[in-house]
Write a protein of this length. Structure first.
Length: 367
């Protein structure tokens, strides 16, 4: 049997035992799997829509609901994709370059399977490596300067504690010493949000390096600029641009401090370019590192970076949790562009989001 299929079946068995122990009696079917679940408002919605829910592609639609709901949408998408084509997920499992990444893959499959049915209660069945208690402790240790503003790693940053822990404490966009920005690097911070990641990259690359921080959402962009100015950072270039597979204009939907490109209705029109076009227009000599967290738009941004990835072979840290098939499609596209990439996987929070896929070329060795 497929490794992924075995993980799903094992997760479903554990889920049924968990629900039986809680004496829950209602049935729910997701991606052709049926288990007994507790009825909540969200489960009632799933019962009404069934598997059609995974076809709801509009990001702003998910914004009507809680983060738990967005996590469920993504998890149902994942379960549908993995149950229909487990061999594709097996291929990605076999590509992972170390045992820690493979262990993360196993956890991811089982946690997402359970999350599709019971949401955040999946934590009780498949606890992530970073526990809620550990995360809360890291947040409590942040040094407050003023309401909403913190001092960390020599910076004064206006941001949410959650983002600061992920960026500066967990350091979610590096994988040990294998995938990390280096002194003098040119970095693309795509989905720079309010600038916490841009500041972290700024310190990592040093004064000889440069960070291009892309953030299209207007209010986030203003906060990004304010954080850069507050810290007198000179090696970060803030850019109010969206990136995709082609140039033009697109709509952006904003909500709860985050944003995403949508091909239909949104509340702001933004200019869009591609990574390849940006590199060409600015005559960049190279791109060394690409970080990407663009709310499920990662694949399209990568599609607009084909020449950049082929020519410069950058290290990459990509959010791989927004869409159910991210774990398949993101590495497959990178392998088309450069078959030598090695992949690593890490889950960087105590909640459903922030699973990061890392790609790095093997170090060249001399005989």
């Amino acid at each position: 049997m497929s490794h992924t299929k075995e993980l799903i079946e094992e997760a479903l068995e554990k889920l049924e035992n968990f629900l039986d122990a809680k004496h829950l009696t209602e049935d729910l079917e997701v991606a052709n799997y049926s288990v007994t679940v507790k009825r909540t408002g969200i489960n009632h919605y799933f019962n009404k829509l069934g598997i059609q829910v995974v076809r709801l592609r509009e990001w702003q639609y998910a914004q009507k609901f809680s983060t738990n709901y967005f996590g469920k949408l993504s998890s149902v998408q994942f379960l549908k994709s993995a149950s229909r084509n487990p061999e594709s997920f097996d291929e990605i499992y076999n590509l992972l370059a170390d045992e820690a990444s493979k262990a993360t893959f196993d956890w991811y499959v089982q946690y997402r399977t359970a999350f599709a049915f019971i949401g955040e209660e999946a934590y009780e069945l498949f606890t992530p490596e970073i526990t809620r208690e550990a995360w809360d402790d890291m947040e409590k240790r942040l040094k407050h300067k003023s309401p909403g503003t913190f001092e960390i790693e020599g910076f004064t940053v206006q941001a949410k504690p959650f983002e600061l822990v992920g960026t500066f404490v967990v350091q979610q966009y590096r994988y040990g010493t294998i995938v990390e920005p280096k002194l003098g690097n040119i970095v693309f911070d795509i989905g720079a949000y309010v600038g916490d990641t841009a500041l972290w990259f700024s310190k990592a690359v040093g004064p000889q390096g440069k960070v291009y921080a892309f953030e299209p959402e207007p209010s986030n962009f203003e906060k990004l600029k304010a954080n850069l100015e507050r810290n007198k950072v000179t090696n970060v270039i803030p850019l109010q641009l969206a990136l995709s597979e082609k140039e033009g204009e697109m709509q952006i939907a904003s909500g709860r401090g985050s944003s995403a490109i949508t091909e239909t209705a949104g509340d702001t029109s933004v200019k869009v370019t591609t990574i390849d076009r940006f590199v060409e227009a600015n005559k960049l000599p190279r791109v060394d590192f690409i970080k990407m967290d663009v709310e499920g738009y990662e694949l399209k941004v990568l599609a607009g970076a084909r020449e950049t990835i082929k020519n410069f072979k950058p290290s990459l840290s990509l959010s791989a949790y927004h869409r159910g098939d991210d774990l398949i499609k993101l590495p497959k596209l990178l392998l088309e562009l450069n078959p030598d990439y090695k992949f690593y996987l890490r889950h960087c929070t105590s909640i459903w989001g922030d699973t990061v896929l890392y790609a790095e070329l093997p170090a060249l060795t001399s005989d």
